[in-house]
Design a binder for this molecule. Structure first.
Ligand code: FMN
Length: 222
């Protein structure tokens, strides 16, 4: 199957063209209104992304715990959950709330195969759950990134322009954590080891099954 996800734009712009080319199209949405707009545009499914996730964000952010069940109760297309997921229990929580799949951003940035500099991975391991900043709270685009001296200053700035990424390569591959902003979500507080992607996926799926088995046992005992 040929598959594409689109995000950060109007789903009406590309959905029909991509589908006409034979692609299955999932659109990333941060709210119920944008989910319904994407459905109206004809997408095959949604990536429902909570505001605790890393990267470009709707300034009116809604946590996965609220957004995911809300959207799942109003649409009948497949939903992939994103924002705050890093392991089996968080995957099981997403499925409990209506998702059929999960997407991890911050966890994969920290993976052994991830091409970003080791300083960024170490900063993820060192970060607490409170160590992200939300930039452009009253402007656009909202951005969630790791807390550093520079990003802490930027957090109080009315508007942070896209020129913040001008020296992104120095951060991504040179490891200068103040050269740009290191996009990351609150889930960094739960990431404490650099692991290969295959290990992350195997452990996540095993943890998912262990979690739902434990929950089924609780129900059986009641
Ligand atoms: C470094 C980084 C870059 C990202 N770039 C994109 C992007 O280009 N397009 C997009 O739709 N989402 C992007 N995201 C968001 C992720 O795809 C994912 O939905 C998000 O990180 C999920 O939240 P989590 O960080 O809690 O796992 C990015 C996230 C990170 C951390």
């Amino acid at each position: 199957m040929k598959f594409v996800t689109t995000s950060a734009g109007d789903p009406r712009q590309y959905t029909a063209k991509l589908k006409a080319a034979g692609l299955t199209v999932f659109h990333v949405v941060p709210s119920l209104a944008t989910a319904l707009k994407a459905i109206a545009a004809g997408v095959d499914g949604l990536v429902v992304e909570g505001g605790e996730g890393g990267g470009f964000k709707n300034p009116l952010d809604v946590a996965t715990m609220v957004l995911l069940p809300l959207v799942c109760s109003k649409v009948d297309v497949p939903v992939i959950a994103a924002g705050g997921i890093c392991d089996g229990p968080s995957m099981a929580a997403a499925f409990a709330l209506g998702a059929e799949g999960v997407q991890m951003g911050s966890r994969m940035v920290s993976a052994a195969e991830s091409p970003v500099h080791g300083n960024w991975k170490q900063a993820i391991l060192d970060a607490a759950e409170t160590d992200t900043v939300f930039l452009n709270r009253y402007s656009r685009p909202g951005l969630r990134a790791l807390r550093t001296a520079r990003s802490t200053t930027l957090e109080r700035q009315e508007h942070v322009g896209m020129d913040i990424f001008a020296r992104a390569k120095e951060l991504y591959f040179g490891g200068d954590m103040e050269a740009a902003i290191a996009l990351a979500g609150q889930v960094v507080g739960r990431i404490d080891a650099i692991k290969p992607v295959a290990t992350i996926i195997t452990e996540t799926v095993a943890g998912f099954h262990a979690t739902i088995a434990r929950m089924a046992a609780i129900e059986g005992a009641a």
